[in-house]
Write a protein that binds this ligand. Structure first.
Ligand code: FES
Ligand SMILES: [Fe+2]
Length: 414
């Protein structure tokens, strides 16, 4: 951490104490990036680790990252979930190389030190030397060299971790509205349908803002407008947690009317483009509440999406000041029949790296980053829908982006 301590003071000047102007240098400054690792990702935030469904058995583990720190989540012999850094206490070697697996203990390939599934150091090769020569000195005690623990908590089958022992408990951190938004979508045991990772050529914050940006959806994404799928005039709204950083937006639609609309549109010739096969958007109201889109974010880097019948988790991983990785984890539910699985997979074409309604999000952040490479003076404007970060019963607003900056500024001291 000593390298990070060099940047313990905010480095980028803000034009005001408000939330509606964001300095462009916040996306380009390497010292700011290091400060974020320290104050946000190692700070009092809850970060998505994995699904409980990925750790069904004792000995199961998932290797992941929190910010740029390598972390392992495990299911121990008592059935509890633990997490700790994926870094050997001896010389710092990476312990788990595979993304997932099942082990009785964790052993380091370098000098063979072993740890139990709670990250406690259990074995040191040649601890007492060979033939009474060498070995560890008497002042070395294994119990002083356990792996650095990460606090874990679960909600609706999602496992989160925090490095900060003083972080508020998970549900307090999420806020009641966002907890409700999570439980609405993940209301039964999930199954994993697939996953993919895309590299984003931009600062992590540009993507997280994009997900909170309800303003752009029907403008940037031509698929939505061309095929008249998403309009800002649809009933819906935005719910923002008190801390600002967690939110969800919802849009409702009349599923039956859309179906009729598409059948009618197929007969009309007033548009140059039409979906020859509208099955890619054919969807059913599986929650019975007419909500066709719910996008939910958890600061600093997780998204839970319900876009019609595609349910997915996105995990945003900073990988340098101008590079990020975005994991897509596609979910179904244990009770899905074959037709439903087929429907989810077909609609899965809407999202992901090449998704009909998400491919632009994968490059627009890179376009911003390119422009900032030439000039990062000044500030961007985030005033749509006002200046604060309150929940609003409409979506022509940037309130959720302001919420992001509210929590960001509180944590970084900016
Ligand atoms: S670095 Fe792990 S045992 Fe030496
Ligand atoms: Fe988008």
């Amino acid at each position: 951490m000593s390298g990070l301590n060099l940047v313990s003071e905010p480095n980028v000047a803000w034009p005001s104490n408000g939330l509606s102007e964001v300095p462009f240098r916040i996306y380009t400054d390497p010292a700011q990036y290091a400060l974020e690792q320290q104050r946000i990702f190692q700070g009092p935030t809850w970060n998505y680790l994995c699904l409980t469904a990925e750790l069904p058995h004792a000995g199961d583990y998932v290797a992941t990252t929190v910010g740029e720190a390598a972390v392992v989540a495990t299911r121990d012999m008592a059935g509890n979930i633990n997490a700790f850094v994926n870094r050997c206490a001896h010389r710092g070697n990476l312990l788990c190389f595979e993304q997932r697996g099942n082990v009785k203990e964790i052993s380091c390939i370098y000098h063979g030190w072993t740890y139990d599934l709670q990250g406690r150091l259990t074995g040191v090769a040649f601890e007492h030397g060979v033939k009474r020569q060498g070995g560890m000195p008497p002042e070395f005690h294994k119990e002083e060299h356990h792996l650095r623990r990460v606090r874990v908590a679960e909600i609706a089958g999602l496992v989160f971790g925090t490095f900060d022992p003083d972080a508020p408990d998970l549900e307090t951190y999420l806020g009641p509205d966002v907890c409700g938004g999570i439980r609405r979508v993940l209301n039964r045991p999930v199954t994993l349908l697939g996953r993919s990772t895309q590299v984003l050529p931009n600062n992590w914050k540009l993507y997280f803002e994009n997900v909170k940006d309800t303003y752009h959806a029907s403008i940037l994404h031509l698929f939505l407008t061309t095929f008249r799928i998403n309009r800002l005039s649809q009933p819906g709204g935005i719910w923002i947690a008190d801390n600002g950083g967690n939110h969800f937006s919802q849009a409702k639609m009349d599923y039956a009317a859309e179906d009729a609309d598409y059948k009618a549109a197929a007969l009309r010739a007033d548009s140059e483009f039409r979906l020859r096969d509208p099955s890619v958007i054919e969807s059913i109201d599986e929650y019975g509440d007419s909500v066709s889109v719910q996008i939910l974010t958890i600061f600093p880097g997780m998204v839970l999406q319900q876009i019609r019948n595609t349910i997915a988790i996105r995990v945003l991983r900073p990988r340098g000041v101008d590079r990020s990785e975005l994991d897509w984890i596609h979910l179904g539910f244990a009770g899905d029949d074959e037709a439903m699985t087929e429907r989810r997979l077909r609609q899965g074409n809407l999202v992901g790296a090449a998704g009909f309604i998400s491919m632009e999000d994968g490059c627009v952040g890179g376009f911003v980053q390119r422009a900032l490479h030439y000039d990062d003076d000044g500030s961007g404007i985030v005033m749509m829908g006002g200046h604060d970060a309150q929940s609003q019963p409409f979506r022509a607003t940037e309130a959720a982006i302001r919420g992001f900056w509210k929590q960001y500024r509180a944590l970084t001291g900016a």
